[in-house]
Design a binder for this molecule. Structure first.
Ligand SMILES: NC(=O)c1ccc[n+]([C@@H]2O[C@H](COP(=O)([O-])OP(=O)(O)OC[C@H]3O[C@@H](n4cnc5c(N)ncnc54)[C@H](O)[C@@H]3O)[C@@H](O)[C@H]2O)c1
Ligand SMILES: N[C@H](CO)Cc1c[nH]c[nH+]1
Ligand SMILES: [Zn+2]
Length: 432
């Protein structure tokens, strides 16, 4: 059941504010719990990680062996392996197109300048596994890291029944170096401080529930993070031409992730909003995770009927959703009006699950309004760059006086000296 609101300048703003307030209420409780977990692991190391793992997931943290990965791969059906290989190939191709390459060129002074690109050394990837198994998230995290040339990829995921053979096979396909069965905020803490056999990493990426998202946010500074990728969200902008069956299905596809997931319809057609509501009830009737979907639609779902598509776009930019579908007569025409979204899906044949599993762009995307400033996970998330400067005497000579003038303006005489000594009659090397 979807609450339908007619936009009048106030009602829709109140609804958005109420959804935000509800999310903030949940996250205040979560933050308190996560702060305790982080400080306990910092003080007590692996013993604390183990205690939380037993408490929340009823299992010991452990490392998965190469043999287990091979056996898991062998036990998957050829169809599933084929689907994962194709998904991995599309993610690889997409990220190879994006890859920032090392570049060197001559500056206006004639010296050589440039930027060399390096993959990060050791990266942690978080693969969720509390209420569902996510082999696709293994690929979406690890393949871009591989394209970037990361030296060591350490994957963590909760030690639950969701750590199944598809997840392990995906790790093998993507070339993950180590798989450790540990999840939640305790996994984030272990990768932040190092705990027993769980190594400290330079950067931690990947989505997770509210506990994981809060832990990453709090750990930032001790390690780098990609973004806050928490409970899933979808926002559909549709006009009267949209098929309500498809729109309802797409909203439900994200509502099923989590009771904290959000699914919102912005439309110019009251008839469509009502038809989508009916469809949601019909489709929820035969889908398996109806309890989760009903809770997320109740607390974080609604349909808002606006006067114009530009009005829909303005509201969407304010919400800054993780996924934004545009299902209108001319979807591309609305794209220039969109500024804030993790990923935009154009038209009825680009449903959100296409992006979750296959198209190539990442499904690890910013949530909770952070698409205002965060970008999707990609090869860029795993790269760093260093600049390179290489001048010869004849290129340094014409700019020496200006460097000295700048150094003297800053009263940094040693800086000026380092230039000056090169152009004075210095003692010959042998005299030292
Ligand atoms: N944004 C994205 O790119 C993206 C992609 C895939 C999934 N998701 C989201 O990831 C989330 C996956 O959540 P999940 O729960 O299935 O798996 P998860 O691995 O993120 O979280 C499970 C962990 O949460 C911890 N936990 C559970 N209850 C706790 C409590 N009361 N106190 C402390 N810790 C607790 C447990 O340790 C458990 O291991 C969903 O919200 C889904 O929407 C997001
Ligand atoms: N929609 C999720 C990102 O919010 C990603 C995902 C994985 N599997 C299915 N969906
Ligand atoms: Zn999804």
């Amino acid at each position: 059941m979807l609450e339908i609101i007619r936009a009048d300048g106030t009602s829709e703003k109140n609804k958005i504010a109420a959804m935000r307030a509800r999310a903030a209420e949940v996250s205040a409780d979560v933050d308190r719990a996560v702060a305790d977990i982080l400080s306990n692991v910092m003080e007590n190391g692996f013993a604390a990680v183990r205690e939380y793992s037993l408490r929340f997931d009823k299992a010991e943290p452990r490392e998965i062996s190469r043999e287990e990965l091979d056996a898991a791969y062998a036990s998957c059906s050829p169809e599933l392996i084929g689907a994962m290989e194709r998904s991995a190939a599309n993610i690889r191709d997409y990220n190879e197109h994006l890859l920032t390459r090392t570049m060197e060129w001559r500056s206006p002074d004639g010296g050589v300048v440039g930027r060399v690109v390096r993959g990060l050394t050791r990266v942690g990837i978080y693969v969720p596994g509390g209420t569902a198994a996510y082999p696709s998230s293994v690929l979406m995290n690890a393949v871009p890291a591989k394209v970037a040339g990361v030296e060591e990829i350490v994957m963590v995921t909760p030690p639950t029944e969701n750590l199944n053979s598809a997840v392990l096979a995906a790790a093998r396909i993507a070339g993950v170096d180590r798989v450790i069965a540990v999840g939640g905020a305790q996994a984030v803490a272990a990768l932040t401080y190092g705990a027993g056999f769980i190594p400290r990493v330079d950067k931690l990426v990947g989505p997770g529930n509210a506990f994981v998202a809060a832990a990453k946010r709090m750990a930032y500074g001790k390690l780098d993070i990609d973004m806050v990728a928490g409970p899933s969200e979808v926002l559909v902008i549709a006009d009267g031409s949209a098929n309500p069956v498809y729109v309802a299905a797409d909203l439900l596809s994200q509502a099923e992730h989590d009771k904290l997931a959000s699914a919102v319809l912005l439309t110019t057609s009251m008839e469509l909003a009502q038809a989508v509501d009916k469809e949601i009830i019909r489709q929820t009737g035969y889908l398996s995770r109806s309890e989760i979907m009903e809770a997320s639609l109740r607390d974080f779902g609604c349909a808002i009927v606006c006067d114009t598509l530009d009005g829909c776009a303005a509201l969407a930019n304010e919400i800054a959703p993780e996924h934004l579908e545009i299902v209108t007569e001319d979807p591309r025409a609305l794209l220039p009006a969109i500024r804030n979204a993790g990923a935009v899906f154009l038209g009825a044949w680009s449903p959100e699950p296409l992006g979750d599993y296959m198209a190539g762009p990442d499904h690890v995307l910013p949530t909770s309004g952070t698409a205002r400033f965060f970008s999707p996970l990609s090869v860029d998330s795993f790269l760093k760059t260093m600049s390179v400067i290489s001048y010869e005497r004849e290129q340094l000579a014409p700019v020496k006086d200006q460097i000295i003038a700048l150094a003297e303006a800053e009263r940094l005489t040693a800086h000026a000296n380092a230039i000056r000594v090169r152009f004075e009659d210095a003692p010959a090397k042998e005299e030292f």
